[in-house]
Design a binder for this molecule. Structure first.
Ligand code: BEZ
Length: 252
């Protein structure tokens, strides 16, 4: 996560979006962490996956722009710091940089990749997953539509970067990485709440664009726009997630 117009409250995140970190285990597997490796967890959130990497024998530093998230990560005993992913301060000290469900919040990706490159030792790996092209397209379109209906340019409030694999691969290559894999993985995701709960956690940037007294009505309208496509006959909501999973490395 990063410093977007977004309030990262760890308790609300855990309730509405605890699945995000749990579903990140395949990315840990793609990283293939080795005992004793020094790893940077970029956008570590409350440290769920950081802790898994520590349990696998790695020396891990977590960074995230959300202060409350870092507070919780530290309570777990993790080496975690508040830091903007666009301005990483590390120099040639990590064997790998790992990132799950965070890079789409960082809207200047070239700055992020440059910081990752600086942080890595020669031969270092950059492995991650985040929202790819068409991620949460229905949810995003509904929020844009309710803003547009109120006279705003809804799309201009999107806080997300959802590139194609080709676009992100080119960015990595331009900074000297060799790209081993970059692919889109559709992953419809059952939500623990209705889509309103999801929007409360992730859609703040859209609803904050409205005067406070219009937000509840706009939220309810977006939920109803999404009901036909995302809610099943038993009232379960599924968000239309599409992941971009990638693995790259620097020359040795
Ligand atoms: C994601 O993990 O892909 C995501 C989460 C929240 C908002 C948008 C995307």
């Amino acid at each position: 996560m990063s410093g977007q117009p977004q309030d990262w409250q760890s308790d609300r995140y855990q309730k509405n979006a605890g699945f995000v970190a749990v579903l990140g285990m395949p990315v840990v597997e793609l990283l293939r962490p080795q005992n004793g490796e020094r790893i940077l967890d970029l956008g570590c959130g409350d440290g769920y996956l950081t802790e898994k990497l520590v349990e696998m024998g790695c020396e891990v530093v977590g960074v995230d722009a959300g202060e409350d998230m870092i507070r919780v990560a530290r309570e777990k005993g993790l080496d975690a710091h508040v830091m903007d992913g666009h301005a990483l301060t590390f120099e040639a000290e990590f064997d790998a940089v790992f990132s799950n469900a965070a890079l789409h919040w960082m809207l200047r990706p070239a700055e992020v990749v440059a910081g990752v490159k600086r942080a890595l030792k020669p031969g270092g790996r950059f492995v991650g997953e985040f929202g790819g092209h068409t991620n949460v397209a229905a949810c995003k379109t509904a929020m844009i539509a309710v803003l547009n209906a109120r006279g705003l340019d809804g799309a201009s409030f999107s806080p997300w970067y959802f590139p194609t694999p080709e676009e992100y691969g080119s960015l990595l290559t331009a900074q000297g990485f060799e790209v081993h894999t970059a692919e889109l993985i559709p992953r419809p995701t059952l939500l623990p709440t209705d889509v309103g709960g999801w929007m409360d956690t992730f859609g703040e940037a859209f609803f904050k664009a409205l005067p406070a007294d219009q937000r509840a009505e706009a939220r309810a309208e977006a939920v109803e726009l999404l009901r036909p496509s995302l809610c099943d006959s038993e009232g379960r909501w599924t968000a239309d997630y599409v992941r971009l999973r990638f693995s790259a490395s620097l020359p040795g």
